[in-house]
Design a protein around this ligand. Structure first.
Ligand SMILES: NC(=O)c1ccc[n+]([C@@H]2O[C@H](COP(=O)([O-])OP(=O)(O)OC[C@H]3O[C@@H](n4cnc5c(N)ncnc54)[C@H](OP(=O)(O)O)[C@@H]3O)[C@@H](O)[C@H]2O)c1
Length: 346
């Protein structure tokens, strides 16, 4: 469909007048032809991340101008290219990278502010214009939905394990919970030859973690001192790395579990973002607390090569149709999922 000026009209989900899941609306927007260096992607699938919930509620970036289209993760087909684009071609299947200007190296402040689904409109849309530099080709063996699960959660897990630490065969990784980031971290750690201790609040999910290759699992609700339990599981040596998604209420247990010289990859703050922390143990045991913010395009491409080489399949828990985005967000909020919650757009 086109508007009176001949611009394509596309359906998008947008946070229009005020923050909150109840104020997410299905709307129509006219989009300009792609500018120089840009391409139009007809989106086929998207995936949701905890960040999207926070962004919609106004908890992630309360000063973001409204309206905006949420979500960072999307896969689709290039349908139109702007002047000067040679990186991709019409018909290519591509995924958006989290921050379309972050190509390699450490993040600059601006890259983080420019993540899709915030100050830049995101992927809960039937089509989007994005810089061609901010796209990657996706592994062929993956379905659209599987490929759409990669840009935020998988790249974060990959970056944490590889570029920002060096998890290797025989190492022990501890992952917290069974959300998108932690399940990808488990899968990548197995692929790298490491052992995984995984925590969950659910015994049913623990069974599934074992089926996925977890070496040991702990119910963090039943065992509040799970860090000590993890330490014992390693024979007192400690784990080499922790994927820290809990934050304030889990970090003290992670510090119990980690070996001297190990890395705590600080990724999420699901249980809060501030609290008391014993600094002496970090100092005396030479522990590295490494902040992680997704990853750059090079990380995404390196990860895709590993996924293709091992024909790894992302763990997609449920797929909702585009019209049911609010239901999908409610499901993500419930925490009932195991792996990724995805949206089929086309
Ligand atoms: N820094 C970055 O670049 C980056 C990138 C992606 C995500 N994140 C952050 O990482 C966190 C996880 O993201 P996600 O997308 O993987 O979330 P998600 O898919 O919504 O995962 C939620 C799961 O985490 C587990 N969980 C919740 N509270 C927990 C706690 N106190 N202790 C241990 N596990 C807990 C639960 O697993 P069980 O049901 O098994 O208990 C829950 O199902 C979020 O805070 C998100 O904002 C950061």
């Amino acid at each position: 469909m086109s508007d009176v000026d001949g611009r394509e009209v596309v359906k998008v989900w947008e946070v229009r007048n005020r923050f909150g899941l109840d104020f997410l609306e299905l709307a129509e927007r006219s989009i300009d032809p792609p500018g120089a260096g840009e391409v139009r992607v007809a989106l086929r699938a998207a995936s949701l991340n905890y960040r999207d919930l926070m962004m919609i509620r106004g908890q992630y970036d309360p000063r973001i101008p409204l309206p905006f289209v949420p979500a960072s993760d999307g896969v689709g087909e290039v349908t139109e290219i702007g002047a000067g684009v040679s990186r991709v071609h019409v018909g290519d299947r591509v995924a958006c990278i989290f921050s379309p200007t972050w190509i390699s190296g450490d993040p600059e402040r601006e890259y983080i502010r420019q993540g899709l689904g915030g100050r830049r409109d995101g992927t809960l849309a039937r089509a989007i214009n994005v810089p061609a530099e901010g796209l990657v080709h996706v592994p062929e063996h993956l379905s659209d939905v599987e490929a759409a699960s990669l840009p935020c959660a998988a790249v974060t897990a990959w970056t944490a394990l590889t570029r920002l630490a060096s998890l290797t065969a025989g190492d022990i990784l501890l992952v917290q919970g069974t959300g998108g980031v932690s399940i990808f971290a488990l899968q990548f750690a197995r692929l790298l030859g490491a052992r995984v201790i995984a925590t969950s609040s659910s015994d049913d999910k623990r069974k599934r973690l074992s089926e996925l290759g977890a070496w040991a699992t702990i119910n963090y609700r039943v065992d509040p001192v799970w860090g000590k339990t993890a330490l014992e599981l390693t024979g007192g040596r400690g784990v080499d790395q922790v994927i820290e998604v809990g934050g304030a209420q889990t970090l003290s247990q992670s510090l119990k579990a980690i070996r001297p010289g190990g890395t705590i990859s600080l990724i999420g703050v699901l249980s809060g973002s501030s609290g008391e922390l014993g600094l002496t143990q970090i100092l005396m045991r030479q522990i590295r607390v490494q902040g992680v913010v997704v990853g750059n395009r090079t990380d995404f491409e390196n990860m895709n090569r590993a996924i293709a080489a091992h024909e790894l399949r992302p763990l997609v828990d449920r797929v909702f149709p585009f019209e049911e985005v609010p239901k999908a967000l409610d499901y993500l909020k419930s925490g009932a999922h195991f792996g990724k919650v995805c949206i089929r757009i086309a």
